[in-house]
Write a protein of this length. Structure first.
Length: 324
């Protein structure tokens, strides 16, 4: 395997730190870029002594000059409470971040992968969601800063590819979970585990009948690595996620069971534009990348719960006032 200099934006985040782990272990020279807005330096602390790892605190909305062979562009707040806290900043991160990283890729002739999202499908009218589905997004709703920001980033990636021959990869990531999730990130898995461990009520939005599909982080990282290593004509977009679908209520009951908690279910008002269904069609990933998830929900949750049992949640502060 040829060793490369690889930039990971958002590299101190939940997904980014696991990706950095894998790349460092493979021997690559890894540069982790993060402004630590919603991420934790703790996630990469174990990598700091490694000679082939470097951390740079920097915001992707500002220009940066580096010489790299590959770029994984993961930088962007991903939990609704975080990206809605400063929606203009969220849009800037997606759009200006993409422009800056694509400019670097063009100058360096580097391969660049965009971590897009299943949120580009909005509240889908097609189920499960294939890559050919163009989505059902409210462009002026409270989630639009993230949904439309990621859609605009995809547009930029393909325009740079067509106009400047930049070597791109685009993956659409579905709900992912695992160790190093921030306990106050507001995502459903981390919130349910935190609530179950403390014995407080498990909060469901609506009646919990909305469905999600949860991919364990190691499977997700496998998909990213396979996408970057794919032939140049494999630009994507390609869905990366676990097609095993369950309701949010079923997830809550499973977490209560696995934790051994006495928590009860409590229903809250459903947020605006919250998707009713979310399930990836991963046919393309299977055909083009030879990829499919291997970790089941129960096993993945057990690993995640074990991580949450080992951390002092009082040492984590909510990154934004939206969660407590």
């Amino acid at each position: 395997m040829k060793l490369r200099r690889i930039l990971v934006t958002g590299g101190a985040g939940f997904l980014g730190s696991h990706l950095c782990d894998r790349l460092v272990e493979q021997g690559h020279d890894v540069i982790c870029l993060d402004n630590l807005f919603t991420s934790q330096k703790l996630n990469i602390q174990h990598l700091l002594p490694r000679p082939n790892f470097e951390f740079i605190r920097h915001d992707v909305t500002r220009e940066l000059w580096l010489e790299v062979d590959e770029i994984y562009n993961l930088a962007c707040p991903a939990a609704p409470g975080h990206y809605q806290y400063n929606p203009i900043k969220t849009m800037k991160t997606s759009v200006m971040g993409a422009i800056n990283m694509l400019g670097m890729a063009k100058r360096c002739r580097a391969k660049i992968l965009q971590a897009s999202t299943s949120e580009v499908y909005g509240d889908p009218a097609v189920h499960p969601q294939p890559e050919t589905y163009r989505g059902n997004v409210n462009p002026i709703g409270p989630r639009a800063c993230y949904d439309e920001g990621k859609r605009a980033a995809e547009t930029l990636f393909f325009d740079y590819h067509r106009s400047n021959k930049v070597n791109i990869r685009v993956v659409r990531i579905f709900n992912t979970y695992g160790p190093r999730m921030h306990p106050f990130d507001g995502r459903v898995v981390s919130t349910f585990i935190r609530q179950a461990l403390s014995g407080t009520d498990i909060t469901l939005f609506g009646d919990g009948s909305q469905t999600r599909s949860f991919c364990y982080v190691s499977d997700l990282v496998d998909g990213l690595l396979r996408m970057m290593a794919a032939p140049d004509e494999c630009t994507g977009p390609i869905n990366i996620g676990n097609p095993q679908e369950c309701t949010v209520r079923e997830l809550a009951r499973l977490v209560i069971e696995l934790v051994g908690s006495r928590s009860k279910l409590a229903c809250l008002a459903l947020p605006a534009d919250d998707p009713v269904q979310r399930q990836p069609d991963i046919t393309l990933a299977e055909q083009k990348l030879g990829w499919k998830p291997t970790v089941g929900l129960r096993d993945g949750l057990l690993r995640t719960i074990e991580y949450f049992r080992t951390i002092d949640m009082h040492s984590f502060r909510p990154p934004t006032p939206n969660y407590s």
